[in-house]
Design a protein around this ligand. Structure first.
Ligand SMILES: Cc1cc2nc3c(=O)[nH]c(=O)nc-3n(C[C@H](O)[C@H](O)[C@H](O)COP(=O)(O)OP(=O)(O)OC[C@H]3O[C@@H](n4cnc5c(N)ncnc54)[C@H](O)[C@@H]3O)c2cc1C
Length: 410
C-alpha cells in the first residue's frame, strides 16, 4: 500500500545500515521528528544515529497530504488558553513554522516540489464559515497574512463550486512529503549523522549513565534516546501508544491529468475542509489530483467514494483513472495538543501532532537537539511531560473506524 509519494519523490531512498558505534543520541524512527533531531544534533556537534525499522518516511512522513501549515489544529485563542504562559511564544514559533521548513528546504536544496503559495481551509458548508471567520479574525489581529474567501473566490481558487468559502493562509504551502523526508535524511547524513534503515529497535536497557539500544543486528550505546516513532510506535515502550487515538486518513491519486486538471487549485495551494470528517485536495507536480478523507483504504469502496466525489466536484473531468490508494495513521490527542514526553532520564518521545507533523516534527526535532546539546529544557516549545493514557481508546477507535467507513459509502 505505497503512497504515490514513494514513487514520485525525487530524493533517493536511504538503503543502508551504518556502523553500530557508541553515540550521543540514538533516534528510533526515520520520519520528520527523528531526521530533524539527527540533523540538528549533527549541526550542534553531537553524534546521532537514526534507527528506522522499515524505510525513511515509512510512517506518516511518507504518506501525508503535504500541507505545510502554520499554527496547530486549534485556533490561536484556544491554543494560547491551553498553554498558558507559553502560549504566545509557542504560537509565534509555529506561525513561522512553514518559513522555517521552506528555508531549510531552500538552504539544502531538498527536491520535494516545495510550493509557497499558501493553503486553503475550505468551508464544507455555510456552517463552516463561522469557524473560519473566527480563525481569520484571530490571525488577522496577530498580523498573519490570511484572507477570507467568499464562495465565488473559493470557486475561482479551487476549481469547484463545492465550498461555501475559505480561509487562504499565505504563510503555508505544500511539499512532496516523502521528498522532504528523504531530503532531510540526505542532509542529516551529509552533516555527519548516521541513518540506518531496515533496523527495528527491539529493546532499551539502562547502561551506566546512558542506554543500550537493542536491535536484531546488534546494539548501540547512547547517552540519550529520542523515540520518534509517534503514531507508528510498536510495543517498544509499553503504554506509549495509549497516549493518543489512531486516526486513519486515506488518499487516492488519479492518473496524471495534464491540462484537463489545470483549473483545479490553479494557484498551487493545497486544501482541507471544515467537515467533521475532514477531506483534502491538492495536485502534485505531475498533474495528478489527490483527494483524501479520514478513514482507511477500503479498496473498492474507497475507489468508488473518490470517483463519486470527483464527479461531484469536477464533473467536467469525465472518466478519470485512479492510480493509487493508500492510508496512514495520525496520532490525535484528546486536547489536540502535541506533547514532548520524558519517559525516563534521557529518553524523550515527541508525539501527537494531530495531523500537523511537517512543521511540528521539524521544529520539535530542532528544539530537542538544542536541549540534548545542553540547553535548558525550559527553552522547548512545550514543557516536558509524562505519558497520560487516552481513556477508552479501543472504544473510540472502533467508533471512528465505523463512522469513517460509513461516510465513504455516501
Ligand atoms: C494520511 C496522513 C495525512 C497527513 N497530512 C498531513 C499534512 O498534510 N500536513 C502535516 O503537517 N502533517 C500531516 N500528517 C501528519 C504527519 O504526517 C505526521 O505528524 C508526521 O509525519 C510524524 O512524523 P514523525 O517523524 O514523528 O513520525 P513518522 O513519520 O510516523 O515516523 C515514525 C517512524 O518510526 C518507525 N518505527 C516505529 N517503531 C520502530 C522501532 N521499534 N524501531 C525503529 N523504527 C521504528 C516507523 O517505521 C516510522 O517510519 C498526516 C499524517 C497522515 C498519516
Amino acid at each position: 500500500m505505497d503512497a504515490i509519494w514513494w514513487k514520485t519523490a525525487a530524493e533517493e531512498p536511504v538503503l543502508d545500515v551504518a556502523e553500530f558505534a557508541p553515540c550521543d543520541v540514538a533516534i528510533v524512527g526515520g520520519g520528520y521528528t527523528g531526521l530533524s533531531t539527527a540533523l540538528h544534533c549533527a549541526q550542534a556537534g553531537l553524534s546521532a544515529h537514526v534507527l528506522e525499522a522499515e524505510a525513511v518516511g515509512f510512517g506518516g512522513s511518507g504518506r501525508n497530504v503535504g500541507l505545510v501549515n502554520a499554527g496547530l489544529w486549534l485556533p490561536p485563542s484556544k491554543l494560547v488558553k491551553a498553554l498558558g504562559d507559553r502560549g504566545e511564544a509557542f504560537l509565534a514559533e509555529f506561525s513561522d513554522g512553514p518559513a522555517r521548513v521552506f528555508d531549510l528546504i531552500e538552504r539544502h536544496q531538498i527536491r520535494c516540489e516545495a510550493r509557497r503559495e499558501g493553503t486553503i481551509h475550505a468551508a464544507h458548508a455555510a456552517s463552516g464559515m463561522t469557524d473560519l471567520r473566527g480563525r481569520f479574525q484571530e490571525w488577522q489581529r496577530r498580523g498573519a497574512p490570511v484572507r477570507l474567501l467568499d464562495a465565488g473566490e473559493a470557486a475561482e481558487l479551487t476549481g469547484t463550486r463545492a465550498f461555501a468559502g475559505g480561509l487562504l493562509d499565505a504563510r503555508a504551502g505544500t511539499v512532496n512529503p516523502m521528498g522532504y523526508a528523504r531530503g532531510l535524511a540526505r542532509v542529516a547524513r551529509a552533516q555527519g549523522a548516521k541513518v540506518s534503515t531496515g533496523v527495528r529497535v527491539t529493546g532499551l536497557r539502562r547502561d551506566g549513565g546512558g542506554w543500550l539500544v537493542q536491535t536484531a543486528q546488534g546494539a548501540v550505546q547512547a547517552r540519550a534516546v529520542v523515540l520518534a516513532a509517534n503514531a507508528y510506535s510498536d510495543a517498544l515502550w509499553p503504554g506509549l501508544a495509549r497516549c493518543w487515538s489512531d486516526i486513519h486518513f486515506m488518499q487516492i491519486a488519479t492518473e496524471p491529468l495534464g491540462d484537463r486538471a489545470a483549473h483545479i487549485l490553479p494557484g498551487g495551494q493545497g486544501l482541507w475542509d471544515t467537515g467533521m470528517i475532514m477531506r483534502s485536495l491538492r495536485r502534485d507536480a505531475e498533474g495528478r489530483v489527490i483527494l483524501g478523507t479520514m478513514g482507511r483504504d477500503l479498496g473498492r469502496v474507497s475507489r468508488a467514494w473518490a470517483a463519486r466525489l470527483l464527479r461531484r466536484w469536477f464533473p467536467e473531468l469525465g472518466e478519470v483513472g485512479i492510480e493509487r490508494v493508500w492510508h496512514g495513521c495520525i496520532a490525535m490527542t484528546p486536547d489536540h495538543l502535541p506533547r514532548i514526553l520524558e519517559l525516563d532520564a534521557g529518553v524523550y518521545a515527541p508525539i501527537g501532532y494531530n495531523g500537523r507533523g511537517i512543521t511540528t516534527g521539524t521544529l520539535f526535532g530542532a528544539a530537542l537537539a538544542r536541549v540534548l546539546a545542553g540547553e535548558d529544557p525550559a527553552t522547548l516549545p512545550l514543557p516536558l511531560t509524562r505519558p497520560e493514557p487516552v481513556r477508552f481508546k479501543p472504544v473510540q477507535q472502533r467508533f471512528h473506524d465505523l463512522a469513517f467507513a460509513l461516510k465513504q459509502l455516501t
